[in-house]
Write a protein that binds this ligand. Structure first.
Ligand code: ADP
Length: 464
């Protein structure tokens, strides 16, 4: 049929737009390395390379009882972490879904809510029958606050700008640890906020606590970001602090901002540009917007809408349900890609159930190809970022030992739940580095942000 032929034509065009050749990837890696270095050199660069004041690797022997509050992109998590030493731990957690009002409303209200949830958690876990909490000393809490913050010490952090769709006024330019502390005082929560950390740093440290091969921590969730350990001597912009040059500090790259200023390096499509221009933060997070969970479903939806407008998809049907911004969750792409039936029955069900749309088999096959294109591009772009961190540190230079693993610890739903995302990532690394790339192994760090917050809190206490 005509529609089928149009779909095939479109697919050909989309394939060209979304496919990253190994050569193109290597070019991206080269410019990425330069941008990372620039970020270490001077403040206020495109990729800010933020010093975290987390000094060096954990020993794995850190012990004790800690609380962690994790303000992610989608959920608020409160955990109690018992570090047992020897790289072992126990985690108990409660999750709270954040509403759009909380993400966009007054910032103090948001931090008050975090404090209130933590207060309830403490009462539930440490209180007696009447809900009274009596402790010898306040419980140390690590606050995983995964937005770019300028830190001068571990227990403070000035929010540079919101990302991942947050916009709560009253936080940018303010010390968010202080805002959270105000909430804790308001609710009289018997805790001591000892560290503000990024989830990437948390993942890096949590993974290193159990596996010393860890070299980077990457988040593939609502947003996308990375952290790694850098020699202080390689961070010229903090030279004035007079810290020992041979010591190490974790760097929160905030790599989602890569290519946001010049748009020279990433092959953005019209759909990526559209997402950017209609986002609450146009002109920011160019790299993240091509990779992260918040956006992949929307990219898919925008392509679909274009085909609806062209009269190619869903002929003669009411399509308004799928024409609303951000109604197509990235989890749907996972679902589409995991459908192994010949008839793509899961895809049939998805469109019928959520969008009241009938699909032809040709349409479903098109959807599947489209999901593969978008998911694969995200994984391969992520591989470019990982390759940049590996190259920057010279981990695959002549002296490298092929028997040694370069461990990349990850967390987030995109990595954990999207079919083939890890394989595509590792294939991408081999495309960039050749066989050497096989030394790089990615894996899921169990409870990265919670355990990381606890280990960092423990490391902080030891330093004092
Ligand atoms: P956060 O980053 O907010 O802490 P997650 O790691 O769970 O939390 O990431 C949430 C993001 O992951 C959302 O953007 C959501 O669309 C996406 N997501 C949720 N489930 C899946 C799935 N099964 N496959 C792919 N993406 C998913």
């Amino acid at each position: 049929s005509a529609a089928k032929k149009d779909m095939a034509n479109y697919l050909g065009r989309l394939e060209k737009q979304f496919t990253l050749t190994p050569q193109r990837m290597r070019m991206i890696v080269d410019s990425f390395v330069e941008v990372l270095e620039r970020g270490l050199e001077k403040p206020e660069q495109e990729v800010p390379m933020l010093p975290t004041f987390v000094f060096g690797w954990p020993t794995g022997k850190e012990k004790g009882s800690y609380l962690a509050v994790d303000l992610g992109g989608t959920n608020l998590r409160v955990c109690h972490v018992e570090l047992e030493g020897d790289g072992k731990f126990e985690v108990t957690q409660t999750k709270y879904r954040l509403t759009e009002e909380q993400k966009q409303g007054d910032a103090q209200d948001l931090f008050d809510f975090c404090a209130e949830c933590l207060g309830n958690f403490v009462t539930d876990h440490f209180g007696d029958e009447d809900g009274k909490v009596e402790l010898d000393e306040p419980i140390p809490v690590g606050f995983t606050f995964s937005y770019p913050c300028l830190q001068e010490k571990i227990d403070h952090g000035v929010l540079i700008r919101w990302t991942k769709g947050f916009g709560a006024p009253g936080a940018e330019g303010k010390d968010c640890a202080a805002l959270f502390r105000q909430g804790l005082e308001k609710y009289k929560v018997p805790v001591d906020l000892v560290a503000l950390i990024n989830d990437t740093t948390g993942t890096l440290i949590a993974s290193s606590y159990v596996d010393q091969a860890t070299r980077a921590g990457i988040i593939f969730g609502t947003g996308c970001n990375a952290a790694y350990m850098e020699k202080i001597g390689n961070i010229p912009k903090i030279k004035d602090l007079g810290l020992p040059e041979d010591a190490q500090m974790a760097i929160n790259c905030e790599w989602g901002a890569f290519d946001s200023t010049t748009h020279e390096h990433l092959p953005r499509t019209s759909y990526d540009i559209h997402i950017d221009e209609t986002s609450n933060k146009p002109g920011e997070q160019a790299f993240e917007k091509m990779i992260a969970g918040l956006y992949l479903g929307e990219i898919f939806r925008l392509v679909m809408c274009e085909l609806i407008d062209e009269g190619i998809l869903f002929l003669g049907q009411e399509t308004y349900k799928v024409e609303k911004h951000y109604v197509f969750d990235t989890a749907f792409l996972s679902l589409i890609e995991s459908d192994t039936t010949d008839e793509l029955l899961t895809v049939t069900g998805l469109f019928a159930h959520f969008f009241s749309l009938d699909t032809t088999i040709a349409e479903r096959q098109f959807m599947r190809r489209l999901a593969v294109l978008i998911g694969t591009r995200a994984a391969r772009l992520s591989a470019c970022g990982i390759a940049a961190i590996v190259s920057k540190q010279g981990l695959l230079d002549e002296a490298y030992d092929p028997a040694k693993t370069i461990g990349i610890a990850t967390d987030g739903s995109l990595y954990n739940k999207y079919p083939k995302f890890p394989q595509r990532l590792e294939e991408g690394l081999v495309d960039i580095f050749g066989e050497k790339g096989r030394s790089i192994k990615t894996y899921h760090a169990e409870d990265g942000s919670g355990v990381g917050a606890a280990v960092i809190a423990a490391m902080t206490k030891e330093r004092k």
